[in-house]
Design a protein around this ligand. Structure first.
Ligand code: HEC
Ligand code: HEC
Length: 346
């Protein structure tokens, strides 16, 4: 089988796995909470041996994850009941979508593309510009945003408090708290669920732990280019293929988005965005903060040209003069970063 066909087969198998397994299993919100089938929290998949922090007031519990999962898939979070978190963060698309910029209630367009939520448990700052300091803050951002769910946290809490079954689920998730149905409860439950969205155990991980046949010849060559001459690993570093830092690669020359500048007010931060993970990147097209790059082949061409020139362009990018074979190999390696996606308490 050709390497391309091989990764397509893996992709198809993954989608089947997703539809038949974790993501598709059971309608969210059915009571009572199904007890985890294995240890809780489940051990991280191969390659993701990273510390997963949780704030002191929000330890991960099966009840919080179950409540967060129910909220995530429930359009009750939108003003007109038409859209849930999963409407934009689609499980089968690596918890992203296929649009260039996000579309909220009544089709209102945002200015940025919907990022994947996979492995955000390991994030240090949230959103493309890092303006969210905590996951608990990032998960409720969409609820009040007029271009997203346009409801507001207060209004959502009102809806949930008048629903008997949600009241019970909140009491189970936050036992002993005076006011279990609260904005803070919504934030902690959603953050708990998002912390369970992980991807690992990709061919690249299995190769790294010594499974020599895990990567095709092409992908193996791509791995060498990625870490060597193309220096992708300078920013897409570590087990999650991101340094969680902000860089100007020049994409904003086209979008006009000030990026990190909005958060810090420092001129050198104009056009800087957070390095995204590359895990499951084959599922999350289109790419970059503005969704302006349609395919992985185009992403590689963008880097081959050294990014887009502008006064703040990072010195870590320069024209690479890759051969067509090297460009293909890089794409094959990026495809080999798709593995097993897990969500929820098991
Ligand atoms: C209309 C589409 C849309 C909906 C609905 C939506 N999101 Fe998002 N989400 C986005 C976009 C776009 C961003 C990036 C915004 C930015 O960077 O400025 C984002 C960013 C995030 C982030 C930060 C990710 C990161 O990379 O740091 C989290 C977490 C998140 N959303 C969770 C949720 C949750 C939970 C819900 C439901 C309450 C939700 N989102 C609903 C589009 C959406
Ligand atoms: C200087 C740091 C840096 C280097 C070096 C770098 N990247 Fe990136 N990469 C980023 C940043 C930052 C973004 C997001 C840019 C934006 O949206 O404006 C990004 C975005 C991407 C995306 C899009 C992911 C998504 O979810 O939208 C891919 C794919 C990618 N890079 C692959 C590569 C490859 C392949 C290389 C090597 C040829 C490389 N990168 C080198 C920092 C870097």
């Amino acid at each position: 089988m050709k390497p391309g066909a091989w990764s397509a087969a893996v992709g198809a198998a993954l989608v089947l796995l997703l539809l038949g397994g974790g993501v598709g299993c059971g309608a969210p919100g059915i009571e009572p909470v199904e007890p985890p089938r294995g240890p809780f929290p489940p051990p991280p998949p191969t390659g993701l041996e990273l510390y997963r922090p949780t704030p002191p007031d929000n330890p991960l519990t099966p009840e919080r994850v179950a409540l967060g999962r129910r909220l995530f898939f429930d359009p009750i979070v939108s003003r007109d009941g038409s859209l849930s978190c999963a409407g934009c963060h689609v499980p089968e698309l690596g918890f992203s979508d296929t649009l260039r910029v996000s579309a909220g209630v009544e089709g209102r367009l945002g200015t940025r593309t919907t990022p994947t939520l996979l492995n955000r448990a390991y994030g240090r700052a949230f959103f493309w510009d890092g303006r969210g300091a905590e996951l608990e803050e990032a998960v409720v951002g969409a609820i009040g945003d007029p271009a997203e769910l346009d409801l507001g946290l207060e209004a959502l809490v009102g809806r949930l408090a008048s629903d008997e079954s949600y009241r019970r689920a909140f009491t189970r998730a936050f036992p002993g708290e005076d006011d279990p149905v609260s904005g803070s409860g919504v934030a902690r439950a959603l953050a708990s669920y998002v912390r369970t969205l992980v991807s690992g155990d990709a061919p690249a991980d299995r190769y790294r732990i010594g499974e020599n046949g895990a990567l095709s010849e092409k992908a193996l060559e791509g791995r060498r280019v990625f870490q060597g001459r193309a220096r992708c690993g300078v920013c897409h570093a570590g087990p999650n293929f991101t340094d969680e830092e902000f860089h100007n690669t020049g994409v904003a020359v086209r979008s006009g988005d000030p990026g990190r500048y909005v958060v810090t007010g420092r001129d050198e931060d104009r056009g800087r965005f957070r390095t995204p993970t590359l895990r499951e990147v084959a599922l999350t097209a289109p790419y970059m903060h503005d969704g302006s790059v349609a395919t992985l082949e185009e992403v590689v061409r963008f880097y081959d040209e050294g990014g887009e020139p502008n006064p703040n362009l990072t010195p870590d990018l320069r024209p690479l003069a890759l051969t067509p074979g090297e460009r293909e190999a890089l794409v094959a390696f990026l495809q080999a970063l798709s593995g097993t996606i897990r969500e929820g308490a098991h």
